[in-house]
Design a protein around this ligand. Structure first.
Ligand SMILES: [Zn+2]
Length: 463
């Protein structure tokens, strides 16, 4: 009998212990995942009692906030610039996306739960969750949106030495406040307004890819800086014909001249000499086929050459055509690395989390994501990019009193007219901003230059 009682005691004690362990584990580790999971139906009840945190820009201006409508117990989410920030902030109904989704845990969490709940009971104060402060510059974002509005495409601006995203705009856009009502229409729209073209849009990089081909040539071909070549406007590689834009013959060019005027025959010649394997190494060092480390939704860029690739594939790829696909975010990171002594920083949008009583926590520390270029190669590429703006295809990027570096791209694609690309940074010797612009089916790369120029100039005037 005594033995039985002892057994029952230990049996229930063990069960109780398991329960405690489970609760502690839930509180410590699983709750973050559960709160972050946008398909958790209990979220709606949490949202009804806790005031969701505010999302601020880098200067403390509110972008998204929650408030109660009088007579209603439920909070509603408001956006001060709904369309301008639609892709970066995302939405909280019909699943979640963007910052609203990624940082849902903070935006739903009370920093000091016990104290805040007691305070709410005695002082009738609101239960306010943590807020988020972003790296985005609201004014630059609005300007980027204004410049892009009505054209299909994307703009990314980032700070080369930290990886802070200053602006990210995609068009067409959507209204996050009416997402539920318009969900079906938005998700079936052939123009894909829900896709963030800046980080998810995969495009042939066109001549912006010559940054990678040039880096590979500098690192692998000894006499590359003194090499000269006579461009006749087109060149055959077996049965593959490579043409310069508008069949223009660039004449006798060196690497710098070929880069500045975007000579395709020169670069396809280089690609042919380098071969698929060397180009792939340089492309992958610059994170093609690799993770970018970006915290929000994005797609990996792809590069398909190997040592077994055919000559026609290699020459096409070396000028940014073929099967290569890149996102505007990634091309901005590559250009920024050239301006940052060859170091590519991990891109980020969360600067820090702010508690209900204005304490800073979880501040992001900038970290290196990759080293695509040696300092010497980065220097040479920057010089060539300066030449593009000084006298080449990117002259419209000139900023008065500031040396600017850039590269244009005209990307042939299966969806119609060429896409226009531009990536650039300023000041060239110590860049504060790097901008990438893509305009779908806009024709030649020069069409993308004025947008980037205006954004860089505006940002430099302010900072
Ligand atoms: Zn040429």
């Amino acid at each position: 009998m005594k033995k039985n009682i002892k057994f029952i005691f230990w049996f229930y004690f063990s069960l109780f212990l398991l329960l405690i362990i489970h609760l502690v584990k839930f509180k410590v580790s699983d709750s973050s995942d559960l709160i972050s999971n946008s398909y958790n139906p209990r979220l709606n009840s949490i949202e009804a009692t806790i005031k969701r945190g505010t999302i601020y820009d880098r200067n403390g201006e509110a972008l998204a906030y929650s408030e109660k409508i009088s007579g209603d117990e439920k909070y509603i989410r408001n956006y001060n610039y709904p369309r301008e920030f639609s892709h970066i902030l995302g939405f909280i109904s019909n699943g979640k996306s963007g910052v609203e989704s990624k940082y849902n845990f903070y935006l739903e969490s009370l920093h000091n739960e016990l104290f805040q709940r007691i305070n709410a009971v005695f002082n009738h104060s609101e239960l306010t969750a943590d807020s988020i402060v972003l790296t985005i510059d609201k004014d630059l974002q609005l300007e980027a949106y204004r410049l892009l509005e009505g054209k299909k495409g994307a703009v990314v601006a980032l700070e080369p030495d930290t990886g802070k995203i200053l602006s990210m705009v995609s068009y067409p856009d959507f209204d996050p406040e009416n997402i539920s009502q318009n969900w079906q229409e938005l998700s079936e729209d052939e123009e894909s307004p829900l896709i963030n073209r800046a980080s998810q849009g995969l495009y042939p990089p066109g001549s912006t890819f010559k940054i990678i081909t040039a880096a590979s040539a500098i690192e692998n071909i000894d006499d590359i800086m003194s090499r000269r070549y006579n461009c006749k406007g087109e060149e055959y590689f077996d049965d593959k014909k490579i043409r310069c834009f508008n069949l223009k013959a660039h004449g006798n060019v060196n690497l710098t001249g070929a880069f500045a005027y975007s000579c395709n025959t020169f670069f396809s010649q280089l690609g042919n000499e380098l071969g698929g394997e060397k180009l792939r190494l340089n492309a992958e060092n610059a994170l093609f086929n690799k993770d970018l480390g970006y915290e929000l939704e994005y797609n990996k860029s792809s590069f398909a050459l190997t040592k077994y690739s055919s000559q026609s594939e290699i020459v096409e790829t070396s000028i940014g055509q073929g099967k290569t696909l890149a996102t505007p975010l990634h091309m901005a990171m590559i250009a920024a690395a050239a301006g940052n002594n060859g170091i590519m920083m991990k891109p980020y949008v969360l600067d820090y989390v702010k508690t209900y009583n204005d304490k800073i926590k979880n501040q992001t520390v900038p970290v290196m994501q990759a080293k695509p270029f040696s300092p010497d190669t980065a220097y040479e590429i920057t010089q060539m990019m300066e030449k593009v703006v000084e006298e080449g295809t990117g002259v419209q990027a000139k900023i008065k009193g500031v040396i600017t570096a850039g590269k244009t791209g005209t990307a042939e694609n299966s969806s119609g007219d060429d896409h226009a690309w531009f990536v650039g940074f300023a000041p060239a010797d110590k860049p504060k901003i790097c901008v990438c612009v893509i305009l779908e089916n806009a024709g030649s790369g020069s069409k993308a230059v004025p947008t980037a120029q205006k954004l860089m100039q505006r940002y430099l005037e302010k900072s």
